[in-house]
Design a protein around this ligand. Structure first.
Ligand code: ATP
Ligand code: MG
Length: 366
């Protein structure tokens, strides 16, 4: 290895359930991929979620948040579990994740959904539709109807109970998510599809107008627009047409889950949450999987691929990121599978062994 020319501080938040198992694998992979590219990491491991509740009484201790804020990127395992589901103090581990997102001010949630050639059979779609799917949903995470005011319950003129919410987007909120999406598309295949409901909703009309305005800064990216109902249909009809999708909070919530299900393998899917300044938050999309926790059965690849996103989108270290992505593909090519993605003819391995195989592949070129 070359002598380190760059160094970064990474906050590791293993959390609960399978979190510590998958984070331990991803840490080793980051360390080795980094050293091959002349990058040195300083890891700071902090408690979050149920683990933090047990230790300190709160799901996001002050010190965990301040450490995370001061680092270059944050890698999270998973949060929650049966143990805390009926917490007497009414403090839920999951609250820690919401507080973390708020504390880091991460407004852009990136969720790739690719059907790897080795795992086509895991897809819920027909082989010819699933083959070659490689898309990214960029979801606005801190605005829109989930946060808009006024909201609440009231009664209408007939005395009947009503519930109401408000979809609000300010131009700056749309501009900043649009920029993240254009940058993301630029690092991929240069195609961006903005999804809205601009035929019906004023917030969507502004969304489309602002996205079109920002597009002038990115003449190299090909922009298209689609109504959300059509996008939901196109995602299952012909997902290959998409490269990068950008959309608001509620549409992105639904479409990113839809997109992840077409790949069919929850143990493989990473995510990134980015802010304007400060560190990004990187985590697998799966939960703490309490049913298999502590048994060395978890698939660590979603977290390993989250570490690759950390390098690419968090630190701009694309070469090291590519190394990790190649290593994952090579490990799958060599037939190694954890239980969640294993089929006939594969070599069934546990979480740790999968990590060791990825390390053996880390020098491969694909
Ligand atoms: P959340 O915590 O987000 O609510 P959840 O409880 O709905 O998540 P998960 O914890 O993701 O769901 O688990 C759903 C199922 O998928 C479980 O059967 C779990 O064992 C399995 N699973 C989740 N992640 C992995 C993984 N990395 N490897 C293998 N199996 C997994
Ligand atoms: Mg759960």
């Amino acid at each position: 290895a070359t002598s380190p020319s760059k160094s970064y501080t990474i906050t590791l938040l293993p959390g609960d359930g399978i979190g510590p198992e998958v984070i331990s694998v991803a840490k080793n992979v980051l360390e080795v991929a980094g050293s091959l590219e002349g990058i040195e990491f300083w890891f700071k491991e902090m408690p979050v979620g149920g683990a933090a509740l047990d230790l300190t009484g709160v799901p996001l201790p002050e010190e965990t948040l301040s450490t995370a804020k001061q680092s270059d990127a944050v890698l999270l395992g998973a949060i929650g579990g049966y143990k805390w589901d009926n917490n007497e103090k009414h403090l839920k581990p999951e609250t820690g994740l919401l507080q973390l997102r708020e504390g880091l001010q991460v407004f852009a949630n990136l969720r790739p959904a690719s059907v790897l050639p080795q795992l086509v059979d895991a897809s819920t779609l027909k082989k010819e539709v699933a083959e070659g799917v490689d898309l990214m949903v960029v979801r606005e995470l801190t605005g829109g109807i989930y946060f808009g005011k006024p909201r609440g319950f009231s009664t209408n003129e007939n005395g009947e109970e009503i519930g109401f919410n408000t979809e609000v987007y300010a131009a700056y909120e749309i501009d900043r998510i649009a920029r993240v999406a254009f940058e993301t598309a630029r690092k991929r295949r240069g195609k961006l599809c903005s999804v809205d409901k601009a035929n019906v909703l004023e917030a969507s009309m502004l969304w489309r107008k602002r996205v079109m305005a920002i597009a002038s800064e990115y003449p190299d990216v090909e922009l298209s627009h689609m109504y959300v109902d059509n996008a939901a249909m196109q995602l299952v009809r012909n997902p290959k047409q998409f490269d990068t999708i950008v959309t608001n909070n509620i549409f992105g919530d639904i479409l990113s889950d839809e997109a992840s299900m077409i790949t069919g393998s929850i143990g493989m899917l990473p995510s990134a949450s980015l802010g304007e300044l400060g560190p990004g938050l990187f985590e697998p999309i799966h939960g703490s999987a309490p049913d298999i926790a502590g048994q060395d059965k978890a698939n660590p690849l979603a977290t390993v691929l989250s570490a690759a996103m950390l390098l690419k989108y968090g630190l701009g270290e694309e070469k090291a990121a590519q190394r990790i992505e190649n290593a994952v593909l090579d490990t799958l090519n060599r037939g190694f599978r954890t239980g969640d993605i294993c089929s006939a003819g594969n070599q069934l391995v546990g979480c740790k062994e999968m990590g060791e195989e990825v390390l053996k592949s880390i020098d491969t070129k694909i």
